[in-house]
Write a protein that binds this ligand. Structure first.
Ligand SMILES: Cc1ncc(COP(=O)(O)O)c(C=O)c1O
Length: 402
C-alpha cells in the first residue's frame, strides 16, 4: 500500500488509522479549533474528554506559565518533592471523599489503570481481575486486558491471564465475583460503550459485593470525571465510593496526566516489599501538575446548572431530528444513536466538511465499539451563544445524511 497520501505515515509519523482526519491545526481558543486553511471547528467532543474547560483557559494557562518559569523535570518521581505536586494533589483531594486521601500522578489514563490493577494485586495477594462488558480502559497490555472489545484485543494476545467480565447492569452476574478476585474495574459511566449509565442499585450492589469479599472496587473516571457528567466525579451521583479511583484526560487541563487516588495506607504498599513497586520517570511532572492545579481552578468557575440547561437543549433538538433514534445523556456526555449505522460516518464527515473549505464546521466523533452512534461532549465553559452555534452546526451536519 502506498502511504504517501497519509498525512502521518507520508511525513514520517506513526498513524493510528489509514484514513486520519488530517486537519492542520493553527491554534485553539474556547470551544473553537482554528485550522491553517482559514476554517474553524466547534470542538463538540472536547478532544475526546480532555478539553472540558475549553482551549486556552486563562486559569490553566496562568498555572502553566508560572511553573514554566520555575523548572521542568528535575528527578524521577518519588525522590524530590515539588510544590506544584503538593498543590495539584491538594486540589484533587479536596474534590474527593476523605478516605481517598493519597494521589499518585502518572502519565496517562492507561498507565493509571495499570497502576490500579497492580496495587489491587499487591493489596489483596490475589491474581484474578474482572472487568465489565463494554468497558474501555486504555491500550497498554494491562488496560487492554480488562477492556472488553475482543476485536481490538485478539491480535495482541496473550494479554494478562485470569481476566473475566461481568455483564453490565446484571445483578445475577455478581455471583461470579469470588474471594480469589483482586479487583473489579468499571467505568462509572461507560464512555466507549456509547454513554451507558448504570442502574444505581447495580453499581451499589457491585460495590457491596466487592467490600464483602475483600475485592478492590476500582472506578475508572478517566473520561466521565472532571465535571463531564454534571458533578466533579460521577460516582457521587450513584452513592458509591471506590477503593481506588482512576483519573486522566481532563484532569490535566490539556497536559498529559493520569492519576490514581486511594487511602494513604493502601498507597503506602507501593513503597515497600518490593520498594519501587510502581515507578515512572515522568509521573508527577511539574507541567502536568500545573495543568491539574489550573484545571481545578477552571472547574470551580463552571456553572453546572447552565451546562445542564444547555445540554438539555442539545438533547431535545437532536432527539427530534429525523435521522436520530435517541440521545443518551448524563450532564455534557452524550451518545447520539442514529436510525442507520451508515449515517454516523455521513454526519461526522458532513460536520467537518465546511472547515476543510475554510468555513465553520463541527467536530463529532465515532465510538470504537458502537457503530450506530456518535459521541458529543462539548466544553463545559462554552457560552450560551457558543452552544447555540455548536448545536446549529451539528443539526446542519445531520441534515446532510441520506
Ligand atoms: C474510560 C477510559 N479509561 C481509560 C482510557 C485510557 O486513557 P489514555 O488514552 O490516556 O491512556 C480512556 C481513553 O479514552 C477512557 O476513556
Amino acid at each position: 500500500m502506498n502511504h504517501a497520501n497519509n498525512p502521518f505515515l507520508g511525513q514520517g509519523l506513526a498513524s493510528t488509522t489509514l484514513r486520519p482526519l488530517g486537519l492542520e491545526v493553527k491554534g485553539a481558543a474556547g470551544p473553537w479549533i482554528h485550522l491553517k486553511g482559514g476554517g474553524k471547528v466547534f470542538d463538540g467532543i472536547s478532544g475526546i474528554g480532555v478539553s472540558n474547560f475549553g482551549h486556552g483557559h486563562p486559569a490553566i494557562c496562568d498555572s502553566l506559565h508560572a511553573q514554566l518559569d520555575l523548572n521542568l523535570h528535575t528527578m524521577v518521581y518519588g525522590e524530590f518533592i515539588q510544590d506544584v505536586q503538593r498543590q495539584a494533589a491538594a486540589s484533587l483531594r479536596d474534590s474527593l471523599p476523605p478516605h481517598l486521601d493519597s494521589v499518585y500522578f502518572l502519565n496517562s489514563g492507561a498507565e493509571a489503570v495499570d497502576a490500579a490493577l497492580k496495587l489491587a494485586k499487591r493489596l489483596t495477594g490475589r491474581t484474578k481481575l474482572m472487568g465489565v462488558q463494554g468497558g474501555y480502559h486504555g491500550n497498554t497490555h494491562g488496560a487492554l486486558s480488562v477492556s472488553s472489545n475482543e476485536t481490538r484485543k485478539a491480535p495482541f494476545r496473550p494479554l494478562l491471564p485470569e481476566v473475566s467480565f461481568l455483564n453490565w447492569n446484571d445483578m445475577a452476574d455478581l455471583k461470579h465475583i469470588d474471594p480469589n478476585t483482586a479487583a473489579v474495574i468499571v467505568e462509572t459511566v461507560q464512555g466507549d460503550a456509547g454513554i451507558r449509565i448504570p442502574d444505581k442499585a447495580w453499581l451499589q450492589a457491585l460495590a457491596n459485593t466487592c467490600r464483602e469479599l475483600g475485592v478492590m472496587f476500582i472506578l475508572d473516571e478517566i473520561q466521565c470525571g472532571m465535571g463531564r457528567t454534571g458533578t466533579t466525579w460521577a460516582f457521587s451521583q450513584f452513592d458509591v465510593v471506590p477503593d481506588i479511583l482512576c483519573m486522566g484526560k481532563a484532569l490535566g487541563g490539556g497536559m498529559p496526566v493520569g492519576a490514581i487516588a486511594t487511602c494513604t495506607h493502601r498507597m503506602s504498599q507501593l513503597a515497600h516489599s518490593p520498594s519501587l513497586g510502581h515507578i515512572t520517570t515522568f509521573g508527577g511532572h511539574p507541567m502536568a501538575c500545573a495543568g491539574v492545579r489550573g484545571s481545578f481552578k477552571a472547574l470551580a468557575q463552571v456553572d453546572m446548572k447552565q451546562v445542564e440547561t444547555q445540554c438539555q437543549t442539545w438533547q431535545e433538538a437532536l432527539a427530534s431530528h429525523r435521522a436520530v433514534r435517541q440521545v443518551r445523556r448524563i450532564g455534557a456526555f452524550m451518545a447520539v444513536e442514529m436510525k442507520h449505522a451508515d449515517h454516523v460516518s455521513q454526519a461526522v464527515t458532513a460536520g467537518l466538511q465546511p472547515a476543510k473549505q475554510g468555513e465553520t464546521g463541527v467536530l463529532m466523533f465515532w465510538f470504537l465499539s458502537v457503530p450506530h452512534a456518535f459521541r458529543l461532549a462539548p466544553p463545559l465553559t462554552a457560552t450560551d451563544r457558543e452552544m447555540e452555534d455548536g448545536l446549529a452546526l451539528v443539526l446542519k451536519a445531520l441534515d446532510n445524511v441520506k
